[in-house]
Design a protein around this ligand. Sequence first.
Ligand code: FCB
Length: 425
Amino acid sequence: MWEGLLPSQPIRFPADFAWGVASSAFQAEGGDVPNDWVEWARRGEVPPNPGNGFWERAEEDFRRVAGLGVRHYRLSVEWSRVEPERGRFDEAALDRYRAICDAAAAAGLVPWVNLFHFTHPCWFAARGGFLEPANHGDFLRYAERVGRALSPHARHWHSQNESMIYVFGAYLVAEMPPGLRDGEAAVAMTRTVLELHARTYGILKAIDARNRVATIEVYMDWHPEDPADAGNVRAVEHLDRWYNGAYLDALATGVLALPGREPVEIQGLAGALDAYGLNYYNATRIGPSGVASWSERAGAPVDAMGRLVHPAGLERGLLRVARALPGTPILVTENGCPTTDEDFRIRYLAAHLAALERARRAGAPVEGWFHWTAVDNYEWRHGFSDARFGLFGFDPRTLERTPKKSAHWLQSVISRGILDPADLP
Ligand code: FCB
């Protein structure tokens, strides 16, 4: 199954390669916060989220993660904690996020703070969310408030996580709140997320010019189900042009040129990028039978969410970003797999680190790699299930953490700076 996917030679990583782990506020913290996902869970659309205890245990989690040799920690801020009602900022929540950044630093980890990872406060959703241009100022006011509270406790910022998946998931395919299926809304939101990135970039830079600001997109490696069907091929090309091509070109040039639409210039976007965060999990096939995971190999390994392992998509994505955004440093800001089988996880990681290395050798300026995630957490539509991405598991009663076999494996890769195929299960 894994033949041809795993590295056959030792891979040596540069001494300054940034090893990180990634998490998001709501997925790790959970709890009864006033946001739209909690509301969706109440309505039975998604499972409820008790969290994994990170909000109270960040300090100990940082020590554990640092013990693996990891030096970077990606986290996000839950807007509904910081601004539970419109215009009322909760200073205690801001203090906690500041303490979290400081605790990361004290443990030897560089905190990378993301301002938007899918969830909105209920008050914002009730006012029409991002679809209503008059509401954009609410997000920017929140971004400024958090920027002022956490600079210089954090120097690395992400304006958004996977904004295009958010656009498609929330406005085109109804898999995230507000659950729309509306092509025009998705087009409008493509422009909105880019505008918000540009303005957030400006805000964070004005607070402190030393802030390093990036955005994060998950690379979707789209394939037609039937490459002999011209209509299928065209539809996938259109989708790819929208999701990947136009988005990357807009970041490079400041002009958003969606297929079949008039190009629009987005103020402040050109040059508003200090690094690019690329997330990657798997490849996707679109066609007459719908949307499914894709691999060209018969019998490719399958994870606990039914996704086929396809590391070549990571290599392709990194090279594409490197071509589209010349000179911009790239970080793989999420990569990992849902499984309860530790041998599977280790092989998945080795296969993807090998793909990353191929892209680096071909010239993609990849500065680091963040594992998704540190401690098992809530996976949006799957809740707490076998879709476990963590290097650490936890006991749901005591919340006590236990390192998995993959944590020990990663620790040895980082400490030696070498991924040795001889160490693979
Ligand atoms: C990514 C999301 C992240 C997590 C992983 C598994 O697309 O950014 O929140 O759910 O998938």
